[in-house]
Design a binder for this molecule. Structure first.
Ligand SMILES: [Cu+2]
Length: 392
């Protein structure tokens, strides 16, 4: 035992040292939590620092007494242990002091929690819905709604291209919000439990299907703030980042105008037929953004969870079933209904692409249905049909 003691201590030091290096490397050489850009995040930071220093003081005090006693009263120096039983004053003291410390920490913590929960008088309300594996943002008063997908190219995920600065932290459409205004977030999910987490805003809210969790932020500085899903939600949990673009109220108003202007303009003429080449080109891009994460760029999927589309029964069989699968998805599986995410043009292009890619046009399952082209009008009529069926 005598010989082992220095070895034991040196091992502990080594362990602590390596832990320190690893954890600080992960935090981009920043050890403490970020201070954030909202009053809420400042409150959380202040609370964290207060409790941190209380813990440090207690630690220093306790370990000083412990180490001092170990050295000063060791057996080799002839220390004789005291011999007593029960000491009411000491026992009450060591119960009351921690109790008081806990109360002292609970009071400011409760205040922060109450403030965090007060979502009254919001200027902007945004509903956030977690999907496998993307976020949907709905501006309830402005009537704007869209999906925010990971935009890191698949080639980078597969180590075929060098990774860019915001690898896995970049999206095609960020959440745009005004600064200096109270933004209320209503967080929920469509399939499994996710968690909307943006450290700079001091927000981490669980997104649970069937429940709405509220939160709010009043951002002080314009800028881009990034976060991630913080609840393990399936294989691509790491592929649903969050990007918040905080802009001036004027820029926000202009953005809203721009979004809603696009909506009221006439819908593109879906009667217009597109050439196969055009459909394939658009389809490939859209497939990469919306489908490749599960079905893979090579169409091989990840069986058994995500079926291959290369040579799949549906992608080489009757086109009606193929369109129906994309429009309505398959309830209870990760194959979601894309009808609220994609337009008729988009679906037409994707389905055309899937029916030609990976040699699918050479492997018709039923007669000559593989390959061919799908036009937006066909998707539109099937969409109308499925809505009609639902109503009845
Ligand atoms: Cu998630």
């Amino acid at each position: 035992m005598k010989n082992n003691f220095p070895v034991f201590i040196s091992r502990i030091c080594l362990l602590l040292g390596s832990w320190f290096c690893i954890s600080s490397a992960y935090a981009e050489s920043r050890i403490n939590m970020p201070q954030g850009v909202t009053p809420m995040s400042h409150d959380i930071y202040a609370l964290h620092m207060m409790i941190f220093w209380i813990c440090v003081s207690i630690g220093v005090l306790v370990f000083s007494v412990l180490i001092y006693s170990l050295i000063k009263f060791r057996k080799s120096k002839g220390a004789v242990p005291a011999d007593f039983h029960e000491h009411t004053v000491v026992e009450i003291t060591w119960a009351v002091i921690p109790f008081l410390i806990l109360v002292a920490m609970a009071i400011p913590a409760t205040k922060v929690l109450m403030r965090m929960d007060n979502t009254d008088d919001a200027d902007v309300t945004i509903k956030i819905v977690g999907y496998q594996w993307k976020w949907k943002y709905e501006y309830l008063d402005q009537g704007i709604s869209y999906f925010s997908n990971l935009s890191t190219p698949v080639s980078q995920l597969n180590n075929q291209a060098p990774k860019n600065e915001w690898y896995l932290l970049e999206v095609d459409r960020p959440l745009v919000v005004p600064i200096h205004q109270k933004i209320r977030f209503l967080v929920t999910a469509n399939d499994v439990i996710h968690s909307w987490w943006v450290p700079a805003l001091g927000i981490k809210r669980d997104a649970i299907p069937g429940y709405i969790h509220e939160s709010w932020a009043r951002i002080e500085k314009t800028g881009t703030y990034r976060g991630q899903c913080a609840e393990l939600c399936g294989v691509n949990h790491g592929f649903m980042p969050i990007v918040v673009e905080a802009v001036t109220p004027e820029a926000f108003a202009a953005w809203v105008q721009q979004q809603t202007a696009g909506k009221t303009s006439l819908p593109p003429d879906i009667k217009k037929e597109k050439s196969q080449a055009e459909l394939l080109k658009q389809g490939e891009t859209l497939y990469t953004t919306h489908c490749a994460i599960c079905h893979k760029p090579e169409g091989t999927g990840m069986p058994p969870a995500f079926p291959a589309l290369k040579g799949s029964v549906i992608a080489t069989g009757p086109v009606k079933n193929h369109i129906a699968m994309v429009l309505n998805g398959k309830p209870g599986t990760a194959m979601q209904a894309f009808k609220e995410q994609l337009s008729d043009e988009d679906i037409a292009a994707i389905v055309t692409y899937e029916r030609h890619a990976w040699g699918n046009d050479d492997t018709p399952r039923y007669g000559k249905e593989a390959g061919g082209t799908v036009q937006a009008a066909q998707v539109a009529s099937q969409r109308a049909e499925s809505t009609h069926e639902k109503l009845n």
